[in-house]
Ligand binder design. Structure first.
Ligand code: FPP
Length: 248
């Protein structure tokens, strides 16, 4: 069987299970999100060490506004605090930060912090970290179509890609969701068309380097066909001298 390229270039993660992690310990849900930030820090380091080029994480969805007010404000404060506490060390690791999502209904305090963190890390090249915040896959497709319509351009597949919010990176190779649920929850709907899906039972605060390695190992056993047949993929892999290299 031909295999996917050894290390996925782009990993996307739905970091689910923070609330349950906290509730099981009789802690407030926001305490679980705090542990989620610790887990994210560990995951970023592991991705840098393994040569992953892009990591995209779902930190706050368009639908998360519907959560209890104290949890929403807790997540906003967590984001604000993380900007101050995490950005210097992320930057020293060579991480280039992008915040992806609708900014119009975020506070000026938060948006100024996001802009500053992006500017501060713009020259870094080891890992692109996209933090999807106030993001939804449907929002992204709609805003892309709106931009094309405003310019009077035809709305085609080829035209949509460059105006999506993740136009600065290739599509994800590996899509991980922790927390035991098996759904996309409006994350990277367009971009995940050919991503390999991996669902983990582990709650996000427990998702460690070994869990990441397991997800990568499962990915490496998959055959990525991009609509072709298995035989075509094998012939193609022999021709380029590498297994499963992506050409479509
Ligand atoms: C889903 O778990 C997780 C979230 C809605 C928030 C994810 C946020 C973080 C990991 C923190 C990252 C934050 C920053 C500032 C980068 P859930 O609450 O739905 O868990 P549950 O399914 O157990 O209730």
């Amino acid at each position: 069987m031909s295999k996917a390229a050894s290390i996925p270039h782009h990993i996307a993660i739905v970091m689910d299970g923070n609330g349950r992690w906290a509730t099981r310990r009789f802690m407030p849900r926001v305490a679980g999100h705090k542990r989620g930030v610790d887990s994210l820090r560990r995951c970023v380091k592991a991705c840098v060490a393994r040569g992953v080029g892009v990591l995209t994480v779902f930190a706050f969805s368009s639908e998360n506004w519907n959560r209890p007010a104290d949890e929403v404000s807790g997540l906003m404060e967590l984001m604000f605090g993380a900007l101050a506490s995490e950005v210097p060390s992320l930057s020293s690791e060579g991480v280039q930060l992008h915040f992806v999502g609708e900014r119009a209904n975020l506070s000026e305090k938060i948006t100024a912090g996001l802009r500053q963190a992006e500017a501060q890390t713009a020259q870094n090249t080891r890992l692109v970290l996209n933090v999807c915040f106030n993001y939804g896959g449907r929002w992204d497709i709609a805003q892309a179509a709106r931009r094309l319509a405003e310019r009077g351009e035809p709305i085609t597949e080829a035209a949509i890609g460059p105006v999506l919010a993740l136009a600065h990176v290739p599509d994800p190779d590996l899509f991980i969701r922790t927390g035991g649920e098996q759904r996309l929850s409006n994350f990277l709907l367009w971009q995940s068309a050919y991503a390999e899906l991996f669902f983990s039972e582990q709650l996000w605060p427990d998702f460690d380097e070994a869990a990441l390695d397991e997800a990568i190992a499962v990915y490496q056993r998959r055959e990525r066909r991009f609509g072709k047949t298995s035989d075509q993929v094998k012939v193609q892999a022999q021709a380029v001298g590498t297994h499963g290299r992506r050409t479509a």
